[in-house]
Design a protein around this ligand. Structure first.
Ligand SMILES: *Cc1c(COP(=O)(O)O)cnc(C)c1O
Length: 245
């Protein structure tokens, strides 16, 4: 991207970020929560690293990517102190090494097998990797994630891995025409989190990563502490068919 294009883009980007932040504040107010409890993650998938740099200049510190191969060049090009890269998409076990080395956290731990692979590579890096367990609350066939029924036993096993630090849960809600349809999904994730916290009090269960462009205000009303926003910040993604949800 040329400097000129970036300059023009900055104004739009600043307006988008301000609008999202205002919506976050209002949703938090409705739920009698502090907006400071909510981390805004800018999802930069399909967007060039220059857009990430522009958003960083505007104060964004947390970025999300859903594909390892696409993300790695961006992480290598831009990872200043204080910027956190979140892996939010499905991770194949054979890419666990790269994820454990490069990302600051992984929201999409969906199996014991993946957790064990991340554990091995985090151990060889001598680091403790923050992770969230991805739950397929609505049990959609198209989505990754453990079911609510599977979660307690998997959480118990993953909690024993010394180089992973469980921080909470993540979910992707189904696409809905009426936002009230997704509220029970977010509520169920919070309730599952409360149940796991009682069961495994030695882990931190503070984080609920839930809410995207179309549904983040409802997610915040239901307790989200991390919202993952792509389109409302960076604009529409043109090549929809190239994306893997
Ligand atoms: C793409 C993606 C997002 C962001 O989606 P938007 O609708 O653009 O806000 C959030 N979470 C995950 C897991 C994604 O893949």
């Amino acid at each position: 991207m040329s400097e000129h294009v970036i300059d023009q883009y900055m104004d739009q980007l600043a307006a988008n970020i301000a609008a999202v932040r205002a919506n976050i504040e209002h949703a938090a107010e409705r739920a009698h929560r502090s907006p400071d409890e909510i981390t805004l993650i800018a999802v930069s998938k399909t967007k060039p690293v220059e857009m990430v740099q522009a958003a960083y200049q505007l104060g964004m510190t947390d970025f999300g990517e859903n594909r390892v191969q696409e993300a790695l060049p961006k992480l290598e090009a831009f990872h200043p102190q204080g910027l956190r890269w979140h892996m939010i998409g499905h991770v194949q076990t054979n890419k666990a090494n790269k994820v454990a080395v490069s990302f600051d956290s992984v929201h999409s731990v969906d199996s014991l097998h993946l957790a064990q692979a991340l554990e091995r590579h985090a151990a060889s890096q001598e680091r403790r990797l923050p992770v969230l367990l991805q739950i397929n609350v609505a049990e959609e066939a198209s989505k990754e994630g453990m079911t609510q029924q599977e979660a307690p036993e998997l959480a118990r096993q993953i909690a024993q891995l010394p180089h992973l630090a469980i921080q909470g849960l993540m979910t992707i809600a189904p696409i809905a025409h009426d936002l009230e349809e997704v509220r029970p999904v977010f509520r169920a994730l919070r309730e599952l989190r409360d149940q796991l916290r009682d069961m495994l009090p030695d882990c931190s269960w503070d984080q609920l990563s839930m809410g995207m462009t179309d549904d983040y205000t409802v997610a915040i009303e239901e307790g989200a502490t991390m919202v993952r926003i792509g389109r409302a910040i960076f604009g529409e993604r043109p090549q929809k068919e190239l994306e893997k949800k």
